[in-house]
Design a protein around this ligand. Structure first.
Ligand code: SF4
Length: 90
């Protein structure tokens, strides 16, 4: 088993720890950013994505969606905010 390097930084005013090689790669891996049901900052947003994001805000975690039964490949329904900005959901 390979040993990973971990780092810490301030994310939304909270110090968090992350695998150094995955820092900032959330959007690259999360299915939502390639899903036609994703509609951040709108009331049309996918309920699963909204629930996941709510937990991320509550616990100061970053949780990419790796697998999803409802994924539909396509462009998100609304504009995705720039990296580092909140993705307010319904
Ligand atoms: S259907 Fe799945 S992949 Fe698509 S936005 Fe919702 S949680 Fe993300």
């Amino acid at each position: 088993m390979s040993e990973h390097v971990y780092t810490k930084y301030i994310h939304h005013d909270v110090e968090v720890r992350v695998r150094a090689d995955l820092k900032g790669k959330h959007r690259e891996h999360c299915l939502c950013f390639k899903c036609s049901k994703f509609a951040p900052r709108t009331l049309e947003n996918c309920g699963i994505a909204a629930a996941v994001y709510s937990h991320c805000v509550t616990f100061n975690i970053v949780t990419p969606v790796w697998e999803c039964p409802d994924f539909e490949q396509g462009q998100p329904k609304s504009e995705v905010p720039p990296d580092g900005q909140d993705i307010t959901t319904n």
